[in-house]
Design a protein around this ligand. Structure first.
Ligand code: ADP
Length: 619
């Protein structure tokens, strides 16, 4: 990298000021200080004192005479006058006297002593300070390390965070184990020719342990860990961020195998909007990052982990194969996860023996790992405040409220009634899906609120790849969408706002069946909608008359109504199962498709496609 010269001028300026101050001090203040002790007397007194033989030492200077009393305890001075008898008088008085001895210095010595030496000393001090300043800023050649990456090496090989420290998040840990294994035995992978993913994207809400997981990968593999935040790349000057990226990768390659962790990657990896006058600096930084990632081989041992809680805003170029092609979801912990996290953190403080962590975890539904850590710490603080030697169940419960009140708006913490409603709602979806013949099997049901705003979801995963859907399948899908609301109606006899997304999805599907898929009797295979910009969102526009549009609307309503009625009927017929499953979900908060089917059938057999990358669906 091209080095920029240290700017000297300002520093020299400071030296000059310091030098000047010292000189002033030397020539003005010091003499003043010394002379304060010397008493000024008139010439007459001097003469009288010599005549009375009261004078001890006398120094005859050019303009003044310095002298002491006989005991040499006091120093006097007086001005020098034209006095031809001075020497004689002094001889008579018995005083010791001498003229001032001015030590002559060679011009070279004085130059050295008064000019070159101070300058050298100051330059030396200046260099030392500059170096220290730059080391602090993380660079080693430039002022304040501009354009240098601030990545810090956190974990040396032996110490640091391990997977065991990260509680819950088993799925994420499992996905990352392969990387640890690769770092342990790169040879096995290289021999086969397999290359590791260059980048892994940890996606999830804040405080769920993404940073911890990245550190744990380094800790488990015993490799160095570089950590930098995406926002640190964003510099004031165009090109500086890019040069930081270059520098980071240069350092990482030197230390390979190693882990590079980029937190908040969305700060640089946002979609490039292509607008004129966009953020040049960020784009350059992103481009540099992409270039660096393309530049090194998959098996050179530098693995990049990045974290974001806004994956949808990332530039597609970042998530392309060969870059951050692996995505590891790090979700909010479920009941079991929360209990484990509480226990991990409770080890760091003293707690009463009878603390029921299960109960605390249940109460803190929707809390993230960081919030749980905070709850435990808050409980410890409470214990101290109340002069208790350890935290009690009461402390923990109280601190949940303290912490939760702080984030209630951010993360939905459900009231008990809401939690019941969500449980019934989700089981409604799942039950309607399961009781119809052409529905995708249920993979997972959860009522842990998402930061996306969803209060729960039912994930259905198709068996194998599915490119075509029949009319019946589409109808069943609409019925499944309405199943949530249907369950609320069946159980509580009323409806809530929780179904807004379902309504949107069901309507969209019903409309597409009629206008695009030619699945209505009346319109047969007549296209009523064209799609433009297929790659840019797929805007569609209706290509039919006003009357037809009204007719379409009517048919959409009929279609959805029919399916809604069907869903209600299914749930009424299975009312017992609906209650049983909803209770189970309320208790567990997250249940797997297997558990669901076990309760539903009693036999626990459900053909499952365990592919997590499958078409997970939020309904
Ligand atoms: P993120 O990077 O996802 O925002 P962090 O990894 O920085 O979250 O987590 C912040 C803190 O929260 C951690 O230092 C830890 O104390 C706590 N924490 C979060 N998740 C977990 C977890 N799964 N297990 C234990 N502690 C956790």
């Amino acid at each position: 990298m091209k080095e920029v010269k240290t700017p000297r001028k300002p520093l020299l300026y400071y030296y000059a000021i310091v030098l000047l101050c010292l000189m002033l001090f030397n020539s003005l203040v010091m003499p003043w200080f010394n002379q304060r002790k010397i008493q000024l007397v008139d010439y007459g007194t001097f003469i009288t004192m010599t005549q009375n033989q009261e004078v001890g030492l006398v120094e005859l200077q050019e303009n003044q005479i310095l002298f002491t009393d006989k005991e040499q305890t006091k120093v006097y001075k007086t001005g020098r006058m034209e006095d031809p008898e001075l020497v004689e008088r002094l001889t008579d008085s018995g005083a010791q006297f001498y003229p001032e001895i001015v030590e002559e210095m060679s011009p070279l010595t004085s130059l050295l002593l008064y000019w070159i030496l101070p300058i050298l000393v100051f330059v030396g001090i200046g260099q030392f300070l500059t170096k220290r300043m730059m080391n602090k800023a993380g660079g080693n050649g430039m002022m304040f390390g501009m354009g240098k990456s601030n990545a810090k090496i956190y974990v040396s090989s032996s110490e640091g965070i391990r997977f065991d420290d990260v509680a819950g998040e088993d799925e994420a840990k499992e996905s990352l184990t392969e990387i640890v294994d690769y770092l342990h035995n790169p040879k096995i992978y290289q021999e086969i020719g397999a290359s590791m993913p260059k980048g892994v994207l940890l996606v999830g809400p804040p405080g769920t342990g993404k940073t911890m997981l990245a550190k744990a990968v380094a800790g488990e593999a015993g490799v160095p860990f570089f950590s930098i935040s995406g926002s640190e790349f964003v510099e004031m000057f165009v090109g500086m961020g890019a040069s930081k990226v270059r520098d980071l990768f240069r350092q990482a390659k030197e230390k390979a195998p190693c882990i590079v962790f980029i937190d908040e990657i969305d700060a640089i990896g946002k979609k490039r909007d292509g607008q004129i006058g966009g953020n040049d600096e960020r784009e350059q930084t992103l481009n540099q990052l992409l270039t660096e990632m393309d530049g090194f081989e998959g098996n050179n041992g530098v693995i990049i982990l990045a974290a974001t809680n806004r994956p949808e805003s990332l530039d597609p170029a970042l998530t392309r194969p060969g870059r951050f092609d692996r995505r590891v979801p790090v979700e909010l912990p479920d009941l079991k996860g929360r209990e484990e996290i509480l226990k991990v953190h409770a080890k760091k403080i003293k707690v009463a023996e009878d603390v029921n962590f299960h109960q605390i975890a249940r109460m803190a539904s929707g809390a993230s790992g960081a919030e749980l850590a905070n709850i435990v710490n808050e409980a410890a603080l409470r214990a101290v405040r109340n002069h208790r030697p350890f935290a009690t169940q009461g402390d923990l419960e109280e601190s949940i409220e303290v912490v939760i009140a702080g984030y209630q708006k951010k993360n939905a913490i459900l009231t008990d009634q809401e939690k019941w409603t969500v449980a019934y709602h989700e089981i409604g979806h799942a039950l309607v899906a399961a009781k119809q013949s052409h529905s995708a099997p249920v993979q997972k049901i959860t009522i842990i609120p998402r930061t996306s705003g969803a209060l729960g979801y039912t994930m259905q995963v198709e068996e194998g790849n599915k490119y075509l859907m029949t009319k019946e399948e589409l109808e069943n899908k609409i019925a499944t969408y309405t199943g949530g609301r249907a369950a609320e109606e069946v159980r509580f006899g009323t409806s809530s706002t929780g179904a807004s997304n379902d309504i949107e999805q069901a309507t969209k599907l019903a409309r597409a069946m009629i206008t695009r898929y030619g699945m209505s009797q009346d319109f047969d295979m007549v296209a009523m909608e064209t799609t433009t910009n297929q790659y840019l969102g797929g805007d569609s526009s209706l290509t039919c008359s006003m009357e037809t549009q009204t007719e379409i609307d009517r048919q959409v309503v009929t279609l959805v109504k029919e399916q809604h009625a069907k869903a209600i009927q299914i749930l009424m017929e299975n009312r017992e199962k609906l209650d049983e499953l909803s209770h189970y979900l309320y208790e567990k908060e997250t249940i797997t498709g297997d558990e669901f089917m076990q309760i539903l059938n009693g036999d626990g057999k459900q053909e499952q496609n365990n592919d997590h990358k499958g078409a997970g669906e939020q309904v």
